[in-house]
Design a protein around this ligand. Structure first.
Ligand code: ADP
Ligand code: MG
Length: 696
C-alpha cells in the first residue's frame, strides 16, 4: 500500500493530468491509494430493473431500461436544457440535462436500448431523471453482475466523470498491481477468517457476487476500525502505565460523615457503582480520565460531590466546572448546602465575581483553606492557582473545548484526576471509537419515584388547546417553561420572535407573573429573572436555550418548546429534562410548523415515544450520523470512517476492539516481525492533528 500512497493519480491509466486535478479538487483524491479507497457507497445490481410505472414516493437511485422516444432542446443560453422522453414500455419519463448538451445530442440515439441509472424525482407532476448515467445494455461493464456507485460531485458528473470511470480506473490500477500486500497482522486475519486485502479491494470495486462483496466490506470495515482501536488502546495503556496520579487511599471522616449524616436519600445502585469505579481510579496511582454518562436527572451531581470528598479526605482540593453562570451558581448552592454540616469549605468563582471576592478566593485556593471550588470558565483562568488540586470535575463536557480542559492540567506537576460528566449519552459504539482512551461509567438508573414525562407533538392550529391545558396546570399551582430557539444568540430575527412570544404569553396568561431570559441579557438581569422563576414568584419562564443545562425547579411541570423542528434530538431531550423533577406528572409539548420534512417529523415523533436518553442518542446518531452528535462535533473528527456506520456496525466495532486487545496483549510494542507491516501502516494511517480525545 505504501507504494500506492506515493503514486500520483495522474499516472493511473485513463486519468491523466486534467482529470487528476479535478479529482483532487472535488474529492481530495491525490494518489493511487486514495483512488482505491474511494469506495462505492452503494451497488447496482444488474438483475434489478425498475419499471417507471412502479415509481412511487421518495425514490432511491434506480436502474431503468428502455428507449428514447424524442429529444427537445428547451430554453436559451444559460437556461438551456435538453429533455429526452424516455419510455420503458410501462410508462414514459423526462430525462433532463443542463450541461454537455451538444455532445449528448451527437451521441444519443432514439430507438436504441439504453440502461439509465439515476434518481427519479417528480417535476410538474411528471417523473424525471436529471443527468443519469447512461449505458448501452451490451457494453462490457453493463454485463457485469454488480456495479458500484461511487460518491461523486455534481461538477464531476457534468464533466462526464461517473461511476463508470471510477470502475475503469480502479480496474486499470489493479491490473497493473497484481497483488496488494496484506496490512493486518497475519494472526488477526487468520483468527477472524477475513479475506485478504487484495481480494477485498478488488471485490469492493468490482464484486463478482454478493457474498464476496459482503466479505470484502467486512474486511475493510474491520480494517479501518482496527487501526483506530489499536491506536487508542496503545495510547490508553501507555497513559495508564506512565501517568502518575495522586494516590487517594483514605476514605475518612469527610466522606463517611457525609455518607452517614448528610446524604438526603439513599444512592441508587448505579450511583453506588459509579462512585466505586471512581474510587478505584483514585487509589490506582494513575491519573483518572473518566467520563460519567447519565441521563438528565440521574443524579450526577451527588456522584461528583462524593468524588470530591475523597480528594478532600486525602488533604487535596477539588473543583467543579460548569458551562454557565446559572448552572455554576446552582451547583454551588446545592453543594454548599449539602456539605455545610460537615464543615467543608466551598467557593464560587464566576466571570462576574467581584475583584475583592475574587482575591479572597484566590487566597483560599493558594493556602488550601478553600477545599472545593465551583465555577465557570473563570476557574481555568491563569491567575487561579490551587495549592493542591486533586480532582477536576467537568460538568456537561461538550460545552468546553478540549483546549480549555487541557489547561486544567498545568496547575500542579502531577495532574489532577479528571471526571467529565455528561447528560448527552453517547452511543456505546461511538464512545468506544471516539472516547476509546477514556474510561466510561454509566449511571443507567433514575432515582425512584420519577414519573416519565409525557411528550406530545402539536401544530399551530392546536395552540389554543395547548394553552388551555397549560392554564389548567398553572391553576393547579405548577410552573411552566416556554422555550424559543435561539440558535445563534446574535440573530436579531430570533430575538424578535422571542420578545413577541413573551408579549403574547403575558397577554394570554394575565393572571400569572412571567419571567423572561435570553442569552443577550446582562448576567445580573438574567439571574434576577431566573430567581423570580426558581422562587415560584413567576409561574412562567419564557426563555431561550440558556435554560437547557442544569436548571432545577421541581415544581415546573410543563415544558413547551416552540419551533421544536429547529432543535436537535439531544437538545430536545435536555430541555425535556427540566420538567419531571418533582412528584407531579409532567408534560413536554413540542410545537412545530405543519409542513416539515419527513425526517424532522420522524425525529419529533421519536421524542414522543421514548424518554430514554440512550435511545434518543442512538436515534440521533442513526439520523444525523455520528459526526454531528453533540460533543464529538466540537472536537472535530479525528479520523475518517469510509465504510463503517457506527450506528449499524456495532458488532464490527466490538470485533475490532477485542482483536486489538488480543494483539496488544501478545505484542504490546508491535515489535514482532510478523506485525511490522501493520505497524508501518498504522503509523501512516493514523494521522492526528491534535491529540484531542484525551483530556490531558
Ligand atoms: P443530573 O444527573 O441531571 O445532573 P442531578 O444531580 O441534578 O441530576 O439530580 C437530579 C435530582 O435528583 C436532584 O434534585 C437530586 O437531588 C435528586 N437525586 C439525586 N440522587 C438521588 C437519589 N439517589 N435518590 C433520590 N433523588 C436523587
Ligand atoms: Mg447535572
Amino acid at each position: 500500500m505504501n507504494s500506492l500512497r506515493g503514486l500520483d493519480i495522474k499516472y493511473v491509466k485513463g486519468v491523466g493530468p486534467k482529470r487528476a486535478e479535478l479529482l483532487t479538487a472535488q474529492l481530495g483524491i491525490r494518489t493511487a491509494y486514495d483512488l482505491l479507497h474511494h469506495f462505492p457507497t452503494h451497488y447496482l445490481d444488474r438483475s434489478t430493473v425498475y419499471q417507471i410505472s412502479k415509481f412511487d414516493g421518495d425514490m432511491p437511485a434506480v436502474q431503468v431500461r428502455g428507449r428514447f422516444v424524442s429529444f427537445n432542446t428547451i430554453g436559451e443560453g444559460a437556461k438551456m436544457r435538453l429533455v429526452g422522453l424516455f419510455s420503458d414500455g410501462t410508462r414514459a419519463m423526462d430525462v433532463v440535462w443542463f450541461k454537455g448538451i451538444a455532445t449528448l445530442k451527437r451521441n444519443l440515439l432514439t430507438d436504441t436500448e439504453y440502461v439509465l441509472f439515476g434518481k427519479p424525482t417528480v417535476f410538474n407532476g411528471r417523473w424525471q431523471m436529471s443527468h443519469p448515467e447512461i449505458e448501452s445494455p451490451g457494453s462490457s461493464l453493463a454485463a457485469t453482475g454488480i456495479r458500484g456507485i461511487y460518491p461523486l460531485t455534481e461538477t464531476l458528473r457534468t464533466r462526464g466523470i461517473g461511476s463508470r470511470q471510477f470502475q475503469l480506473w480502479t480496474q486499470n490500477l489493479l491490473d497493473a498491481h497484481p497483488a496488494l500486500h496484506d496490512t493486518l497482522p497475519p494472526s488477526v486475519v487468520r483468527q477472524l477468517g477475513l479475506i485478504s486485502l487484495d481480494a477485498a479491494i478488488r471485490a469492493i470495486h468490482c464484486p463478482p457476487d454478493n457474498a464476496t462483496l459482503q466479505a470484502a466490506r467486512l474486511r475493510l470495515k474491520f480494517e479501518e476500525l482496527f487501526y483506530i482501536q489499536v491506536d487508542m488502546l496503545r495510547r490508553n495503556r501507555k497513559r495508564k502505565g506512565q501517568s502518575v496520579g495522586h494516590v487517594m487511599p483514605r476514605v475518612g471522616d469527610v466522606f463517611n460523615g457525609f455518607y452517614a449524616e448528610c446524604l438526603p436519600f439513599p444512592l441508587t445502585g448505579a450511583q453506588k457503582r459509579v462512585v466505586k469505579e471512581i474510587r478505584a481510579d483514585m487509589i490506582s496511582g494513575h491519573q483518572m480520565n473518566r467520563l460519567v454518562q447519565g441521563d438528565v436527572g440521574s443524579g450526577k451531581t451527588l456522584v461528583a460531590v462524593m468524588a470530591m470528598l475523597i480528594a478532600v479526605d486525602n488533604g487535596m482540593q477539588a473543583c467543579l466546572m460548569a458551562p454557565t453562570e446559572i448552572l455554576a451558581t446552582q451547583h454551588f448552592e446545592t453543594i454548599s448546602e449539602l456539605l455545610a454540616p460537615i464543615g467543608v469549605r466551598v467557593g464560587l468563582l464566576k466571570g462576574s465575581t467581584k475583584a475583592a471576592e475574587r482575591r479572597t478566593i484566590h487566597e483560599g485556593l493558594r493556602d488550601g483553606s478553600l477545599q472545593i471550588l465551583v465555577g465557570t470558565h473563570a476557574l481555568i483562568e491563569d491567575d487561579v492557582e490551587f495549592r493542591d488540586l486533586g480532582l477536576a470535575v467537568i460538568d456537561e463536557q461538550h460545552r468546553f473545548g478540549v483546549a480549555q480542559r487541557a489547561r486544567l492540567w498545568g496547575k500542579n506537576t502531577i495532574g489532577p484526576h479528571v471526571l467529565v460528566m455528561t447528560a448527552t449519552p453517547i452511543p456505546r459504539t461511538l464512545a468506544m471509537t471516539v472516547y476509546g482512551d477514556l474510561d466510561v461509567s454509566v449511571i443507567d438508573e433514575l432515582p425512584p419515584g420519577r414519573k416519565p414525562v409525557t411528550t406530545v407533538l402539536r401544530y399551530e392550529p392546536q395552540r389554543l388547546q395547548v394553552y388551555k391545558a397549560t392554564y389548567a396546570q398553572l391553576r393547579a399551582g405548577r410552573q411552566v417553561y416556554i422555550v424559543y430557539p435561539l440558535i445563534d444568540e446574535n440573530e436579531k430575527l430570533d430575538l424578535r420572535s422571542l420578545s413577541e412570544g413573551y408579549d403574547i404569553i403575558r397577554d394570554t396568561f394575565r393572571d400569572f407573573k412571567v419571567a423572561f431570559v435570553h442569552g443577550r441579557m446582562k448576567p445580573a438581569e438574567k439571574d434576577w429573572q431566573m430567581q423570580l422563576f426558581a422562587s415560584g414568584e413567576a409561574r412562567i419562564l419564557v426563555a431561550t436555550t440558556v435554560i437547557e443545562v442544569g436548571v432545577n425547579v421541581p415544581n415546573a411541570s410543563v415544558m413547551i418548546i416552540e419551533n421544536a423542528e429547529r432543535f436537535g434530538l439531544s437538545q430536545l431531550h435536555q430541555l425535556r429534562g427540566r420538567v419531571g423533577r418533582g412528584a407531579d406528572q409532567s408534560y413536554c409539548i413540542l410545537m412545530s410548523r405543519h409542513n416539515i420534512a419527513k425526517d424532522t417529523r420522524k425525529r419529533l415523533e421519536l421524542m414522543t415515544q421514548t424518554t430514554d436518553g440512550f435511545v434518543v442518542a442512538e436515534a440521533d446518531m442513526q439520523m444525523r450520523g455520528p459526526g454531528d452528535i453533540e460533543g464529538t462535533m466540537q472536537s472535530g473528527t479525528p479520523f475518517e470512517l469510509r465504510l463503517t456506520n457506527l450506528a449499524t456496525d456495532g458488532i464490527v466495532v466490538q470485533m475490532a476492539r477485542d482483536a486489538a486487545e488480543r494483539l496488544l496483549d501478545s505484542d504490546p510494542e508491535l515489535s514482532q516481525p510478523d506485525n511490522a507491516p501493520f505497524r508501518r501502516e498504522l503509523e501512516a494511517t493514523v494521522k492526528r492533528t491534535a491529540d484531542w480525545s484525551r483530556i490531558s
